[in-house]
Each structure stands twice: as structure tokens, then as C-alpha cells.
Design a protein around this ligand. Structure first.
Ligand SMILES: NC(=O)C1=CN([C@@H]2O[C@H](COP(=O)(O)OP(=O)(O)OC[C@H]3O[C@@H](n4cnc5c(N)ncnc54)[C@H](OP(=O)(O)O)[C@@H]3O)[C@@H](O)[C@H]2O)C=CC1
Ligand SMILES: O=C(CO)[C@H](O)[C@H](O)COP(=O)(O)O
Length: 631
């Protein structure tokens, strides 16, 4: 067992540490032994140490802990005032921390009574100022005698034998992968899955059994025991379905949790539900973090993009862990950031998914047009996509589409055996209703939701295809002549999808005063998430709140050059029998946004004609409203 006793000078660390070492039969080390001579001289001269001075000292102790861990353990006493110092000493997830705290005057009294110690009593205040509330371990008040403190410490070590650093609820696709990712990054994790007799039995235990390489995991299917296994304040990540399941899980958790505990919802919950839940937990003194996670199963296991929002204090409790498990951007920075208050983390994940829907639909539209209009084989389409993916059009979704077009089952393309009915879990539709609520044009991404809806009406589609004798027409022109236009059209359709999504996010952020940082949001979307792409890297590098996204460097040129190509491709597809809802809506959206003289005068005239709704005039800049008696 490795035990570290911390506290400011004068709290009695060395006394307690030595007593503990004796009782546990472990070697004892005091931090003073590890100070380089220069540090001792500095402190003796009454000068406080800088963070830089502390690095070699902390490193020497960390090395000692690693060594001691190999031979049964040790007790170390060290001031470890800041969480960053404690992090350097966290060489193993099984370290047991005892943090001594107490009244300043009592500590002062004890320090003043000490002889021959190089730390001057007057430095106490600087130590107290530096001390940060620990994120983990046992806070022990020093008021008692050394023997009483020893008894309390031994009781803690005995009754809290596991003290896992994090708990994960839900051992499905995402929960299991995130739990194993945490374990791999040195975070001890308790795994919980509900027990349903005859159906869901021993689910968490199976995960532990199948991954014996991780000695820092423990399985539970009793919620109370799971909660008890966690160090306080507890950190619990829920990875279960959005909606009623989250509220039911909170109903079960809240009565057995305590003040300052943290619950994270890492699923795809609707952001308005999350806002309500932030309040619910705040009222009982707990922290709630609505947190978007993207990357699917592989991302969750190896490095997802993580979008936590809500309670900032709660975020501080897991910032280090999330940084460890997340993907890293091109500069090595973790693809995680505190997004903002309320439900903003889930809100941006919702819009992320909406862009994801649009991107997927465009690729589906192109795949169909290339295969059944231009007569390409699946391999040829895959090769075209793979080629695009080598340049600035690179994206994760393009890459996996190129890949799945090659996947064979029993010698035949698996894709052709998959029923053409697309599922959806809510995020796309919620983005659309949010856009409607805020009056933001959303047609391209809305069409990706509608397309999934239409796909679901399979029986009717089959019947109507006969009634209306629908067939795809072969395109007569050569693919070679169209390929540059198809590429330009694809590029522009993607730009439009992103513009639509970012515009919604900006509007809602401004209205709710969330102050979302879009350079940072796009940065954490450059890796780990499903919509990671070259375009996202461009957005991250060039996003500016002050101009429209269409005017961004490198984007404006593509809007200009791709416009005709997208219109032509949509025209070609429609006249050859292909539904291209997102690309069609995309070119309509773009033309609408760049048309100075729109057809809306007709709408205003009609409204005034039938309903006396009034209209404003181009020849009266005052904004006055007019009504005409049209009849
Ligand atoms: N799959 C993905 O690519 C991504 C999913 N998400 C989101 O993450 C969340 C989890 O998704 P995912 O892991 O894919 O889902 P899964 O269906 O794979 O797993 C769901 C988990 O939740 C548990 N569960 C189901 N219903 C309840 C309930 N009423 N109470 C308690 N536990 C319950 C299941 O337990 P049991 O085994 O007992 O049924 C299972 O452990 C969802 O919100 C999803 O939208 C987010 C990003 C990506
Ligand atoms: O969040 C995700 C990816 O980012 C999930 O995979 C989500 O389930 C995708 O949405 P849908 O199921 O509605 O297609």
C-alpha cells in the first residue's frame, strides 16, 4: 500500500506518517529528505520555493513511490499543497491520500513550538494561500492527539478499501469503452450496470473479467455498493440512453450521494433537459456536468472529443481525467474544453450531430448518384472518395464511407444487404426544432432529418415506385467530365452544412449569453469526433465571430467556385430521378443567402392582400408600415 500524508507545515504530517508506517509495517519517507540542497538553503534563508524549484523535488518523490510500489508500499509525508503537485505524485491509482487540515492558529502554535526546523513559522500564511482543496482522498482535521489521528487514518484505510477515483454507469458501447480508456490512463474505475433478472446479469463483471490487464477496475450491480466504492467527493459518469432513463437514474442516485458529489451525463441528452438537471443537482448541493462525447466506440476507447458544460466546479473535479482520455489535437492539446454554463455542452453536441447527419446524407446522395446514375461500381466510388480524402476534403466520414464501400460478406457487398431505413435517436430533430425556435434558417440540415424520415417509409416507397414508375436514369455524360464538378459540389455542400450548424450555435450562444468560444469548440472537433475533417481544421484556424463563416479565408473562394457546380449536379441528379435533399436544400439555402432582391415582396403583398398584415416600402427608409386596399 502506498500512503501519502499531506498538509501545510505544522499540521503534524511527519508524526502521523511515522506512526502509520510503524503500524502498517511500511518504510517511511519524509518529503524533506528529497529536497535538493539549493531548496533547503532557500527555505532556510526564509524564501518561499517557486513551482520550478519544486519540480526536481516532486520528481524524486515520484521515483521513490514507483520503487516502493514494487516492494509492498511505503508511507510518504509531503506538503503537496496544490493539485498539480499531487498529480506529479500520483504514480499509481491505488495511492491512499490523507490530507491534514486544521485551524490556522492551532497550526501556528504548533509551528512556533518547533525547534531546529528550517521552515520559519512566518511562512505558514504563504503555504495556506497556496493550499488547494484536494480532488481525491481523506480530509482529516488535526484537532485530535497523534494517536486519535492515527486511529482515524487506520479506520479510513480499512473501511474505504477501494476508493475508486471514478464510477461509470452503463456498460454499453460507450460506457464500457470510456471506462477502459480511463483505466488505461491510470484512473481507478468502478463499473456499474443495472441488474435485470434473466436478462442483464453480471454485465459489469464480464467487462472486468474480459480485461484482466486492468487491475484498477471493480464491477458492481448493486448501486449502493457502487457508490460506496468511490472516493469522496464522488465522480460518476452515466453512459445510458437519453430521456427518462437519465431522470430515473438520478432519482436512484441522489438519495445515496452526498453534497459536493459530481454526476456527469455523457450521453446525447436534450440540452433543455440538462439545464433542468443542472438546477436539480445544484439545489441539493451536488454538481452536474452535461457532457457531449463524440467518437463512437473506437473514439471512446482510444480518445474521443469531449464537450463538458454546466457546473464549472464539477468540471474542475474531472478536468485532469478527461484530458488524459480525450483525443489530442495537432499540437498535442486534449480535445476537451469547458464549453460553458447550463446545457451548453449537450447543446453543441446536438448541433455536432446535426452537422454529422448532413455530412452523412451528402455522402449517401453522392454514393447513390455515382453508382446508379454514373454506373460506377462500389469499388470505383470508394476509390473516388479515398482520392478526395488525400487532400483538403479529408474527413473521418469520407474515410469510413470509402471503407464500407469495399466491405464484403460472403463475397457480396454488405452495403447492398442493409435495409435502406435510417435510424435516429433525436439529436438531429432537436437541432431542427431549436433552429425553428430561434428563427434560424436550417433547411440543409433539416433535410437530413427529413431524409431519414422518408427512408423509414419503406413499404410506401416500394408501392409508390411502382405506381409512379420511378427508375433511376443513367447519366449519358462521361464521369470524367463531371468529376471535377462533383468534387466542387461536395466541397460546397459540406461548407454549407457547417455554416448552418455554426450559425445556429452562435445565435443560441448570443441569445443565452453563453459566450461560447468557437475557435475552441472547432479545435476540440479537429480530432476524436465523428465530424473531424480538414474543413474543421480550417474553421478552427480561421473562425471569426465578426464575419460570416462563408467569408472565412479559403472558404469564400470555394463558395464562389462551387456554386455553379452544386446547382448543376443537383439539376442533373433531380432530372435523372435521384432525390438529393441535402445538396438541393444546400444550393437553395446559399442562393437565398446571397440574393439581394428576394421574392419576399410577393409574400408581403399576399399577406397584406388577404390579412391586412401591412408591409414596409423600399422607397421609405423610415421603416413605416403601409396597408393597401388591394380589392
Ligand atoms: N454509440 C455511439 O456512437 C454514441 C452514443 N452516445 C450516447 O451515449 C449514450 C449511451 O449510448 P450507447 O453506449 O451507444 O448505448 P448502448 O445501448 O450500447 O448502452 C446503453 C447502456 O445503458 C444501460 N441502460 C439502458 N437503459 C437503462 C435504464 N433505463 N437505466 C439504466 N441503465 C440503462 C444499458 O444497460 P443494459 O445492458 O442493462 O440494457 C447499457 O449499459 C446514449 O445517450 C447515446 O446516444 C454518444 C456518443 C456516441
Ligand atoms: O452521437 C453519436 C455520434 O456522434 C451517436 O452515434 C448517435 O447515436 C448518432 O446519432 P443517431 O443515432 O441519431 O444517428
Amino acid at each position: 500500500m502506498l500512503v501519502i500524508v499531506t498538509g501545510v507545515s505544522g499540521t503534524g504530517k511527519s508524526t502521523l506518517g511515522a506512526l502509520l508506517a510503524e503500524r502498517l509495517g511500511l518504510p517511511f519517507f519524509d518529503a524533506d529528505q528529497f529536497h535538493p540542497a539549493a531548496n533547503v538553503a532557500k527555505m532556510s534563508a526564509g524564501h518561499p520555493l517557486t513551482d520550478e524549484d519544486r519540480i526536481p523535488w516532486l520528481q524524486a518523490m515520484a521515483d521513490q513511490l514507483v520503487e516502493s510500489g514494487k516492494s509492498g508500499g511505503a508511507v510518504l509525508t509531503c506538503s503537496a499543497l496544490k493539485n498539480s503537485y499531487r498529480k506529479m505524485l500520483s504514480v499509481s491509482p491505488s495511492i491512499r491520500w490523507i490530507h491534514l487540515t486544521g485551524d490556522r492558529d492551532l497550526i501556528w502554535e504548533r509551528m512556533s513550538a518547533r525547534q531546529n526546523h528550517f521552515m520559519k513559522a512566518g511562512m505558514l500564511d504563504s503555504q495556506i494561500a497556496l493550499w488547494e482543496k484536494p480532488l481525491t482522498g481523506y480530509l482529516l482535521d488535526i484537532t485530535g492527539t497523534p494517536e486519535q489521528l492515527l486511529d482515524a487514518s487506520l479506520h479510513y484505510l480499512k473501511t474505504q478499501p477501494m476508493n475508486m477515483q471514478m464510477g461509470v454507469i452503463g456498460m454499453g458501447v460507450m460506457g464500457k469503452s470510456l471506462a477502459l480508456n480511463l483505466a488505461e490512463k491510470g484512473v481507478s474505475v468502478s463499473l456499474y450496470n443495472r441488474y435485470v433478472a434473466g436478462k442483464e446479469e453480471g454485465v459489469a463483471q464480464k467487462v472486468v473479467d474480459e480485461n484482466p490487464e486492468f487491475s484498477n477496475t471493480a464491477a458492481f450491480e448493486d448501486l449502493q455498493k457502487f457508490v460506496d466504492s468511490l472516493e469522496k467527493p464522488r465522480r460518476i459518469l452515466m453512459m445510458i440512453p437519453a430521456g427518462a432513463a437519465i431522470d430515473a437514474q438520478l432519482d436512484a442516485l441522489i438519495p445515496i450521494l452526498e453534497k459536493d458529489d459530481l454526476v456527469i451525463d455523457g450521453g446525447n441528452s436534450f440540452y433543455k433537459d440538462s439545464e433542468r438537471r443542472v438546477e436539480r443537482l445544484r439545489e441539493v448541493g451536488m454538481h452536474f456536468l452535461p457532457m457531449g462525447v463524440s467518437g463512437g466506440e473506437e473514439g471512446a476507447r482510444k480518445g474521443p472529443s469531449i464537450m463538458p458544460g454546466g457546473n464549472a466546479e464539477g468540471y474542475a473535479m474531472v478536468e485532469d481525467f478527461l484530458g488524459r482520455i480525450s483525443a489530442k489535437d495537432k499540437d498535442g492539446k486534449p480535445c476537451v474544453t469547458y464549453v460553458g454554463p447550463g446545457g451548453s455542452g449537450h447543446f453543441i453536441k446536438m448541433v455536432h450531430n446535426s452537422i454529422e447527419y448532413g455530412e452523412m446524407q451528402v455522402l449517401a446522395e453522392l454514393t447513390h448518384l455515382l453508382r446508379f446514375g454514373f454506373g460506377c461500381t462500389a469499388e470505383q466510388v470508394s476509390a473516388i472518395f479515398a482520392d478526395w480524402g488525400k487532400g483538403e476534403l479529408k474527413s473521418f466520414l469520407l474515410e469510413i464511407t470509402a471503407d464500407l464501400l469495399l466491405f464484403k460478406e460472403d463475397g457480396a457487398l454488405l452495403l447492398d444487404k442493409i435495409l435502406d431505413q435510417a435510424g435516429q435517436k433525436g439529436t438531429g430533430a432537436w437541432s431542427l426544432t431549436t433552429a425553428l425556435e430561434y428563427g434560424i434558417p436550417y433547411s440543409p440540415l433539416a433535410e437530413s432529418v427529413n431524409a431519414r424520415g422518408v427512408s423509414g417509409e419503406k413499404a410506401m416507397r416500394v408501392a409508390f415506385s411502382k405506381t409512379f414508375q420511378h427508375e433511376f436514369q443513367k447519366v449519358e455524360d462521361s464521369l470524367e467530365s463531371w468529376l471535377p464538378k462533383i468534387k466542387a459540389a461536395y466541397s460546397l455542400a459540406r461548407i454549407i452544412n457547417h455554416e448552418v450548424g455554426f450559425r445556429l450555435m452562435k445565435t443560441v450562444s448570443d441569445t443565452k449569453d453563453w459566450k461560447l468560444n468557437f475557435n475552441e469548440i472547432s479545435r476540440i472537433w479537429t480530432n476524436g469526433c465523428i465530424i473531424r475533417s480538414g474543413l474543421m481544421e480550417n474553421i478552427s484556424a480561421n473562425y471569426s465571430d465578426s464575419v460570416s463563416f462563408f467569408e472565412t479565408a479559403g472558404v469564400k473562394e470555394q463558395v464562389i467556385s462551387g456554386r455553379k457546380a452544386l446547382a448543376e449536379l443537383v439539376g442533373l441528379g433531380l432530372t435523372h430521378g435521384f432525390a438529393l435533399p441535402v445538396m438541393s436544400a444546400g444550393i437553395n439555402y446559399l442562393l437565398g443567402r446571397i440574393t439581394a432582391e428576394s421574392s419576399a415582396s410577393v409574400i408581403q403583398a399576399q399577406r397584406d392582400y388577404f390579412g391586412a398584415h401591412t408591409y414596409q416600402r423600399k422607397d421609405d427608409a423610415s421603416g413605416k408600415f403601409y396597408h393597401t386596399n388591394w380589392i
